[in-house]
Design a protein around this ligand. Structure first.
Ligand code: ATP
Ligand code: MG
Length: 567
């Protein structure tokens, strides 16, 4: 492609709102442009890299027998009402209505659409298992769209859905998907981990997330320093055990603590460590209120709380409800004098605490020397806290460390969540109607692209892995006003194209410095510069990533590029 007539607007400066490298570089190098918050256009070279990722995804999906289809982006609300998600998906779902006031969702995900299709078209066990996928723009009204392509409101997703006759068969499909995902992210050149995850609002149980390791990732991965164990931090069970200290129980005392609200302020006031106090947080768990207790140095994990109560929704109680139920504000809550309608649950570590401090449910007061079982009761003890670095790994091997990750893919065993609600059944080999067993499998295609840039860049621009780069070669004429340079560059452009090599040809009448800077920004792996030695038939070839340069005779050029890409 000739660059002179292509839409590749490059920028010298980072856009003001771009905080992370992938966002900065993809905008500066002319790959993407924002049109509204979280909504982007892909410019021609952006479209090309997206195609590269899409095609890797396609190939690996077809290899495991998943077939590509296309579902509409407009989804009738009736389908979402069948599963209850018209309500539970909340304000992330973009909703519109037509001229007859019928409601639609802009596709955020397609479990309902595919289940409705399959329940009508698939009747017999002989047609199962069945896996389909599509690659399509999805719409989600994210609370905080940010980081460019990492969290958009319109973004490209590959979503696949499987229908099986049994859980054993689902396990097989899941395993194949898992392998396909590993292949996809490996072919994208990514350093990633598959981690155990929470199934969230989608229903279902067994799930893994594919996480690209990156400082800018929003998720924290807890992994073992010696085994293969890795989980999203929200999911990692704590297997640490706690021993009750062998000390005499002291009498409880109420103490005035004016203005002391945070755990640290309270600990400083009493002159003890954080772990000698109790943290109490009031949650609304579906319809009821739950006071969750953890040790002062621990954090309550709301996913564990949600799973404990098998709840749909867990939220911090608001200040008003907290004041009404417990008689105090956030900084003074504790387990003593809790009304019956509030259930008190505590992390296992709390059971082993003796003579500790806690809020008095009275603003500006705390208790000291409170002891569970003596001074207050707990309705239920459970593993409720987030795992910490240094905790034993849940698989019993090694110690937990943390890393940040970008979630690029997610595989779920949905089970019967959708098929049951939507009555998707088939006749088994006995002629009996059975509910289909489902799985769903997503990849954030545009997010993956950004994740690649997070792992492949330097201070001059992007350094694409060979599989993803928009072109194989960037051809530059240093001074196209010089006839010999222009002629040779034109000739090489034709030769390379003829040899089947993808070339971007910078034929612009720009200064060499501008061309080199743009070339580094784009990140095409091989750069060929036609310069001073054009009349001798000699050009300079430079590798983008290593910076290594060689001078080559033009006769050797095609061979060189072909070999470079073979290696
Ligand atoms: P997240 O926790 O990041 O919001 P999710 O759990 O909502 O993700 P899924 O519903 O599993 O995501 O969607 C499948 C994949 O789509 C995710 O693994 C992720 O790679 C991608 N994805 C989800 N939301 C976005 C978004 N707002 N922008 C870009 N990609 C996204
Ligand atoms: Mg989300």
């Amino acid at each position: 492609m000739r660059q002179s007539h292509m839409l590749i607007p490059t920028l010298k400066e980072n856009p003001a709102d771009a905080e992370i490298k992938s966002h900065q570089l993809l905008v500066r190098a002319g790959y993407i442009r924002q049109i509204a918050s979280g909504i982007y256009s892909f410019l021609p070279i952006g479209r090309r890299v997206l195609n590269k990722v899409e095609n890797i995804v396609r190939e690996e999906m077809e290899k495991i027998g998943a077939h590509e289809m296309a579902m509409p982006a407009l989804e009738p609300s009736e389908l979402w009402k069948e599963t209850g998600r018209w309500t539970t998906f909340g304000s992330e779902l973009m909703r519109i209505h037509d001229r007859h006031n019928r409601e639609f969702a802009l596709g955020a995900t397609h479990e309902e659409v595919i289940t409705s299709l399959v329940r009508n078209e698939v009747k017999s066990y002989k047609q199962l298992p069945l896996t389909v996928f599509q690659i399509q723009n999805k719409f989600r009204d994210e609370a905080r769209p940010r980081f460019g392509l990492l969290r958009g409101r319109e973004f490209l997703m590959k979503d696949a859905y499987s229908f099986n006759e049994s859980y054993e068969s689902l396990d097989e499909t899941y395993e194949k998907m898992f392998q396909a995902y590993s292949n996809i992210f490996r072919r994208c050149g990514l350093n990633f981990r598959a981690v155990i995850a929470d199934s969230g609002a989608m229903g279902g149980k067994d799930t893994h997330e594919f996480m690209v390791l990156s400082e800018v990732g929003e998720d924290v991965i807890a992994y073992s320093d010696t085994s293969r164990y890795a989980a999203n931090i929200e999911m990692a069970p704590v297997i640490a055990t706690y021993e009750k200290p062998d000390v005499a129980v002291k009498p409880i005392e109420k103490v005035e603590t004016p203005g002391k609200r945070s755990m640290q302020e309270v600990a400083d006031h009493f002159g003890h460590e954080l772990h000698e106090g109790i943290k109490a947080i009031l949650f609304q768990v579906d319809e009821k209120f739950v006071l969750a207790l953890t040790r002062g140095d621990h954090e309550v994990n709301d996913v564990k709380l949600k799973n404990l109560f098998d709840a749909g929704l867990v939220e911090l109680a608001n200040e008003e409800d907290t004041q009404r139920l417990l008689g105090a504000g956030f900084g003074s809550l504790g387990p003593i004098n809790v009304p019956e309608e509030v259930e008190v649950v505590a992390d296992l570590a709390v059971e082993a605490m003796v003579n500790i401090t806690c809020g008095a449910n009275e603003n500006g007061f705390h208790y000291k020397n409170a002891t569970p079982g003596e001074d207050f009761t707990v309705n239920q003890y459970a593993d409720l806290r987030f795992i910490k670095e240094g905790d034993p790994s849940p698989d019993g091997q090694g110690t937990i460390q943390f890393a940040r990750g970008i979630e690029v893919g997610h595989v779920f065993k949905l089970g019967e969540f959708y098929s049951e609600r939507m009555n998707a059944t088939f006749l088994n080999d006995q002629g009996k109607a059975k509910t289909m067993i489902m799985g769903s499998y997503g990849i954030g295609v545009s997010r993956t692209l950004a994740a690649i840039v997070e792992q492949y860049h330097d201070d001059r621009g992007i350094t694409w892995p060979a599989n993803i780069a928009p072109y194989q070669v960037h051809l530059l004429s240093m001074n196209p006003k010089k006839e010999d340079q222009k002629e040779l560059a034109d000739q090489l452009y034709e030769n390379l194209l003829e040899a089947g090599i993808d070339v971007l040809y910078d034929d612009r009448k720009e200064r060499a410095g501008v061309k080199f800077a743009d070339s580094d920004l784009f990140g095409i792996p091989v750069r060929i510069t036609v310069g001073k030695r054009a009349s001798e038939g000699v050009v300079e070839v430079k590798e983008r990533t290593t910076g290594e340069q060689v001078e080559l005779d033009t006769n050797e050029l095609v061979e060189y590029v072909k070999n470079w890409y073979k290696a």
